[in-house]
Design a protein around this ligand. Sequence first.
Ligand code: GLP
Length: 243
Amino acid sequence: MNIKIFDTNEELDQVGGNIIASLVQTKPHAVLGLATGSTPIGIYEQLIFLFKKGLLDFSQVTAFNLDEYVGLPEGHPETYRTFMNKRLYSHININMNRTHIPNGDAPDLEAECRRYDSMLAGGTQIDLQLLGLGHNGHIGFNEPDHALSSGTHVVDLKEETRKANARFFSSIDEVPNQAITMGVGSILKAKMIMLVVRGESKAEIAHQALTGPITTELPASLLQTHPNVVVLLDKGAGKYFYE
Ligand SMILES: N[C@@H]1[C@@H](O)[C@H](O)[C@@H](COP(=O)(O)O)O[C@@H]1O
């Protein structure tokens, strides 16, 4: 595992954005695994900056997102589809038909999970999977549990996760109880994984995930089993690595 700690979020964003940018420059047909939440926003801004300077072409890129809330209608401001359109896709020349996000409003959620998995199967391999980290150690929406699912599945969100994400909604009652998420198996199939963690409130869970026992009760700890992980931490999140 290659762990980098940055003094400023600007430096982190530049390095993170540049890693994705180099991939897209050397492999125009790259398959990206993308994430939502506040963590990746600065990295997307760096990609938009490079695109606007004429240094990037996303026209052949394919993107798969990790997850989506269940039950929010299309166009709802807090769907992860809306997030991706607003934070990245509407600013770059990606072909929207190549941007994939589970449909959390599908009438048959099990069928939707199978549809998503079938797109991730066969010859498709994610070249780079971007990940944030939940306060309880979740990746995507793979919550701590005694067992984890490999493929795309519907998950019941933990109360702590709903609370953490309530800041994006007008009240906690509006935060969905369920989500569709890519499974840990699919995440680990990516050729390269970039985990980004910011803020002191995640310092302990990040340290445990990266140096402690590998356990499904801390889903991010399974990243220790992957041969090509780069971890970008800001000073706060990296606290226990230099103290
Ligand atoms: N499903 C997302 C995760 O993919 C994300 O990593 C996590 C952390 O969010 P934030 O980056 O806002 O702290 O929140 C959500 O639960």
